[in-house]
Design a protein around this ligand. Structure first.
Ligand code: ADP
Ligand code: MG
Length: 294
């Protein structure tokens, strides 16, 4: 598959040449193929938000290049406005930017700047609200009458209504309770499954993203330190821990059981896989009886 985004040797320095200089990205390289669901993980301050703002041109790299759909976005005459509509960025706590009188008007706000007809704007807003699971009964509500998770979905719909090719969400679960968190993550996974969108999901929690994404990019101190499928990345669970990123709980369970002699695959990353593997190990050894001897 063709890369929709390609970053080469990206560096970014905040306040360069001042006492507040902060080297936030160091020699970051990656390609994202069209349609991939990527988890961008890292401890607070590792450079995740800085990196994603490069992807839609809000921040310009201090050095390095960035290509979108095969074009260098730093070449002169490149249409940054178009880039911003194609790479939809949902900021952290996006509900702070809801301000229109009702849900529908809010979702129409972004598309109104796209130069589309009223019919197109409304059709895209409706489709976007459907995509995040909000039906017509929500259209006339004030954003302030909604739950935390619903507000966040309205904010995501506002970005989707601009028909982006890539959707980037910066810590979309921050501050939500477990139910709201699961709902948002399921919704995002659904966008990938149903509409095959290219998605970058930013999180500081492995547990949150591991079961959804195709690939993990792990950042530490501005550098990309791991890049691979969740399975590949979790093999480094001890190194991940050293940079403040615990692997999902199930990784520890699986490694503990292996150390105790149970022959199960070390690459298990989800509770469901662990359950099947543990039941399988029991049934192989004891004909299905729940008994295990080393
Ligand atoms: P993350 O999103 O992973 O928490 P950030 O990209 O926000 O990380 O930050 C990366 C580094 O850049 C941190 O050291 C942070 O303090 C610094 N930084 C972020 N924003 C600014 C800014 N506007 N001015 C100066 N330094 C910043
Ligand atoms: Mg951040």
């Amino acid at each position: 598959m063709a890369a929709i985004i390609k970053a080469t040797d990206l560096n970014y320095v905040y306040s360069e040449g001042t006492a507040f200089e902060q080297h936030a990205l160091r020699q970051v390289n990656f390609e994202i193929p069209e349609g991939q669901f990527v988890g961008l993980i890292g401890h607070t301050g590792s450079g995740k938000s800085t990196l994603i703002q490069h992807l839609n041109g809000l921040i310009r790299a201090t050095s390095g290049t960035l290509e979108f759909e095969g074009e260098n976005i730093y070449q002169s005459g490149y249409d940054m406005k178009k880039l911003r509509s194609k790479v939809g960025l949902v900021f952290q706590y996006p509900e702070h930017q809801l301000f229109e009188i009702d849900v529908f008007s809010d979702v129409c706000f972004g598309p109104k700047n796209m130069g589309w007809s009223k019919e197109e704007i409304e059709a895209n807003a409706k489709q976007a609200l459907t995509m995040v699971g909000l039906d017509e009964s929500f259209y006339d509500l004030s954003p302030f009458e909604l739950s935390g998770g619903q507000k966040r979905r309205v904010a995501i719909a506002g970005v989707l209504a601009m028909k982006p090719h890539v959707l980037i969400l910066d810590e979309p679960t921050a501050g939500l309770d477990p139910k709201g968190r699961d709902e948002i993550l399921d919704e995002v996974a659904e966008l990938h499954r149903k509409y095959h969108m290219t998605i970058v999901l930013v999180s500081h929690s492995m547990e949150d993203v591991a079961k959804y994404v195709d690939r993990l990019l792990v950042m530490n101190h501005g550098e990309k330190v791991f890049d691979g499928t969740p399975r590949e990345v979790f093999r480094h669970y001890k190194e991940l821990e050293a940079i403040g990123l615990a692997a999902p709980q199930v990784t520890y369970l699986v490694h503990g059981l292996r150390e105790a002699g149970m022959p199960i695959d070390e690459d298990i990353t989800t509770i469901e896989e662990a359950k099947q593997a543990i039941l399988g190990a029991f049934s192989r050894q004891s004909g299905g009886k729940m008994r295990w001897t080393k």
